[in-house]
Design a protein around this ligand. Structure first.
Ligand code: 5GP
Length: 191
């Protein structure tokens, strides 16, 4: 029998290092893929269409919603973000682990529609560290950073709805912890 793939929701406040964590995990495992989301947010400098996100207009996003093309979608800080359903299905059907790196409301929807999905919340060590990371990243205005921090407080409050909470204090430690979660879940999933 073919090995079954796995859907993994990785959620965290903005600036908590989800993308870095995924990058590090994909260096040590060859069975992980990331779902590429569609968004109406404008690209940041260095972001590549079709790699970082599919950058689309509000009209295109609405069309995808109408065509039921999304596994989930949500509005975050005034922009829309959605996970195209088909690529995720293809990755999971091929026996791989598909990471959905998404915010809380979308995560909640996937947990409901896909109870087999494994959910991980990446917790910042504290709010001050998160603020410093967002400022250092230098990709958002001061206003945008304060609203992201406001959203972060709400996200942290509902972190107990996730299967696992991993504190991202030391990158290497967090990566190892998630790697172990993946190994254990794959074992359970395929037993
Ligand atoms: P950013 O603007 O920093 O790239 O992303 C803002 C938030 O949207 C982050 O928490 C990110 O994980 C989340 N996000 C990215 N893609 C999706 C998606 O497809 N669906 C949902 N619900 N959230 C997403």
């Amino acid at each position: 029998m073919n090995k079954k793939g796995l859907m993994v929701i990785l959620s965290a406040p903005s600036g908590c290092g989800k993308d870095t964590i995924f990058r590090e995990i994909s260096k040590i495992r060859d069975d992980v893929c990331e779902s590429i989301s569609a968004t109406t947010r404008a690209p940041r400098s260095g972001e590549i269409d079709g790699k970082s996100y599919y950058f689309i207009s509000n009209e295109e996003f609405e069309q995808m919603v109408e065509n039921s093309s999304f596994l989930e979608y949500a509005c975050y800080n005034g922009c829309f973000y959605g996970t195209p359903a088909e690529p995720v299905k293809n990755i999971v059907d091929s026996g791989k682990i598909c990471f959905l790196i998404i915010e809380r409301k979308g995560a909640q929807k996937v947990m409901k529609s896909n109870p087999d999905a494994v959910s991980i919340f990446l917790m910042p060590p504290d709010m001050e560290t998160l603020k410093k990371r967002l400022l250092k990243r230098n990709t958002e205005s001061v206003d945008a950073i304060s609203s992201r921090l406001e959203i972060a407080r709400e996200e942290i409050k509902s972190s107990d709805m996730f299967d696992y909470i991993v504190v991202n204090n030391e990158l290497e430690k967090a990566v190892m912890e998630i790697n172990e979660i993946l190994n254990n879940e794959l074992k359970k999933h395929n037993s």
